[in-house]
Design a protein around this ligand. Structure first.
Ligand code: NOJ
Length: 565
């Protein structure tokens, strides 16, 4: 049974489930909640402490479920509320906490509140739930501001009513995702009910989607024009009218009070994890000030290049910043929005979170820095990803595993264009291929697709023909497999008193291209990013290695954990 540890979240290993692609119990090609229930034993054996379930709500799936039409139900393709209850109970029975996605910045155009807003006239309370504005220019044919959507194109969509074109509404993401108006107390009240609905059902925490937006500067000023796209800059920069507005603090403190109202129950504190890309780090850290949110998802690590200098600087600045407010740092190698770690680390440039099929189109402008079109050495990438897993799991604080990382899955970079589903693909006229390559359904068993994902239905995205050896079943009995590495590391982590929350001390006796640190009592980790094999400290007793040692020495792009006596 779950331990009554109130602060479980300070060192939990959290496994992200993307429901569409995890396991398909009803064999319709799409993952579902019964499929998730069927894999709880896999998660238990893997040794994770919590799961984060990406949106499972009713949704037209214009953005993979991040376009929610009902926050208090389950999409029929995924199952029912009874299935969700069964999943939560089954996870809890195995000592696994459950986090789910909360999507408060926007909903779906199919949400009843948005439909009501469309039906009601300008100036109505229904429209005040969203950001409706008259257009500019003759006949209001120009959008109210120059804002650009993060998925490409303009961030305003003009409605067409029975009498023709009328007002515009704001959507920071796809046009099917209208932004809620957080200046309206009725929106806050709606989300209070949603949060309580899920806490009352037993979920242990909420991952807050786009937690750095929600509140907008209600004067809606234009932003600097991106000379290439012609739209206002959509990405985060300090002072941007859509990001990190001061009102967020009030929202977050209020949510924290709701969560704290549930504390003292037998499963421990209910928590919030922010998805926030706020820069600089000093500004992000305000989100986890005492009395605000519990943790924030670490994009700094997810986007860090594979060099010892960058990694060490990233680790230090995060540990120092988080310690200054008493919050744990999270550690992250992947999620459903980024190129899988095996592929990122297999490219000549390792610090780019997204892949392109060709050279970056000019209109990507500054965002092009985040994209790589370079070829992948999957073997090299997997080797580094295994080492990175040991680094991640040895650091102080909670760690996240994106489904399939434990299998060493690479990004599927060659999905045919006609199966792509990501709105960023469509909103950029196919120039950005989007995030489907990290969302390909998991291989569980068997030698041909669907590899036990379902029985024989074609998965919603096709799986590569070469994934047989990557299936969970194929890796199960192989002590050298990535699955075995994760199981072993998580087992050591669960039982070693030095691991989890706490601190680390860098060992300075190695060259700067090697990461080496100790944790008390008696634990050491070395990650070799240098071109040459390195020795382990005298007396080190090996606990886990990401690769075979060569004559007792740790090869390049490998990591070890050891006990020091
Ligand atoms: C972040 C989510 O992780 C991503 O998948 C989604 O497209 C955007 N937020 C919009 O909800």
């Amino acid at each position: 049974m779950t331990s009554p540890d109130q602060s479980w979240w300070r060192d939990a290993v959290v496994y992200q489930i993307y429901p569409r692609s995890f396991a398909d119990a009803n064999n319709d090609g799409t993952g579902d909640v019964q499929g998730m229930i069927g894999k709880l034993d896999h998660l238990s054996r893997l040794g994770v402490n919590a799961v984060w379930v990406s949106p499972w709500y009713p949704s037209p799936m214009a953005d993979g479920g991040y376009d929610v039409s009902d926050y208090c139900d389950i999409d029929p393709r995924f199952g029912t509320l009874a299935d969700a209850d069964e999943f939560i109970a089954g996870a809890h029975a195995r000592g696994i906490r459950v986090l789910i996605d909360l999507v408060p910045n926007h909903c779906s155009v199919a949400h009843p509140a948005f439909r009501a807003a469309l039906a009601a006239g300008p100036g109505s309370p229904e429209r005040a739930m969203f950001h409706f504005r008259d257009g500019l220019g003759f006949d209001g044919a120009q959008p109210p501001t120059n804002g650009g959507s993060l998925f490409g194109g303009p961030a305003w969509e003009r409605m067409v009513g029975p009498d023709g074109p009328e007002q515009w509404y704001l959507h920071m993401f796809a046009s099917e995702q209208p932004d809620w108006n957080w200046a309206n107390p009725a929106v806050a009240a709606l989300f209070d009910d949603v949060i309580r609905f899920w806490f009352d059902r037993g979920v242990d925490g909420l991952r807050v989607d786009v937690a750095d937006s929600l509140a907008k500067d209600m004067t809606f000023p234009d932003t600097p024009v991106d000379p290439v796209t012609g739209f206002g800059t959509p990405g985060f920069f300090p002072g941007h009218p859509w990001w990190n507005q001061p009102e967020l603090e009030t929202i977050q403190r209020h949510w924290r009070e709701i969560a704290d109202g549930y504390s003292g129950q037998h499963l421990g504190e209910r928590i919030f994890v922010c998805e926030a890309n706020v820069k600089p780090l000093d500004a992000l850290i305000r989100f986890v000030d005492p009395g605000r949110m519990h943790t924030t998802f670490n994009f700094d690590m997810l986007w860090c290049e594979w060099t010892a200098g960058s990694l060490r600087a990233m680790i230090d600045r995060n540990l120092i910043a988080h310690a200054s407010v008493g919050a744990p740092t999270t550690w992250v190698l992947g999620n459903h929005d980024s190129t899988r770690v095996v592929t990122r680390y297999g490219k000549p440039e390792t610090g780019r979170p997204f892949t392109l099929a060709g050279p970056p189109p000019e209109w990507l402008g500054r965002l092009a820095d985040y994209f790589s079109e370079l070829p992948t050495d999957v073997g090299l990438g997997r080797r580094r990803a295994r080492a990175a897993a040991l680094l991640e799991l040895a650091l102080p604080g909670p760690a996240y595993i994106y489904q399939g990382e434990e299998l060493g899955l690479p990004e599927v970079e060659d999905l045919p264009a006609d199966v792509l589903d990501d709105p960023s693909y469509f909103r950029t006229g196919g120039r950005v291929r989007g995030r489907d390559g990290c969302r390909v359904p998991l291989p569980w068993s068997g030698t041909t697709p669907p590899y036990g994902f379902g029985v024989d239905a074609n998965p919603w995205l096709p799986q590569p023909s070469v994934w047989a050896e990557l299936s969970a079943a194929a890796q199960d009995g192989d002590p050298t497999s990535t699955l075995s590495l994760y199981r072993r590391a998580l087992s050591v982590r669960a039982n070693h008193p030095a691991l989890g929350d706490g601190s680390l001390a860098w060992s300075e006796e190695y060259p700067g291209s090697v990461l080496a640190f100790t944790r008390e009592p008696g634990f050491g980790c070395v990650v070799n990013l240098s071109p040459d094999p390195v020795d382990l400290p005298a007396g080190a007793e090996l606990l886990v290695a990401s690769d075979d040692l060569i004559d007792g020495r740790l090869p390049t792009d490998a990591a070890v954990w050891f006990a020091l006596r």
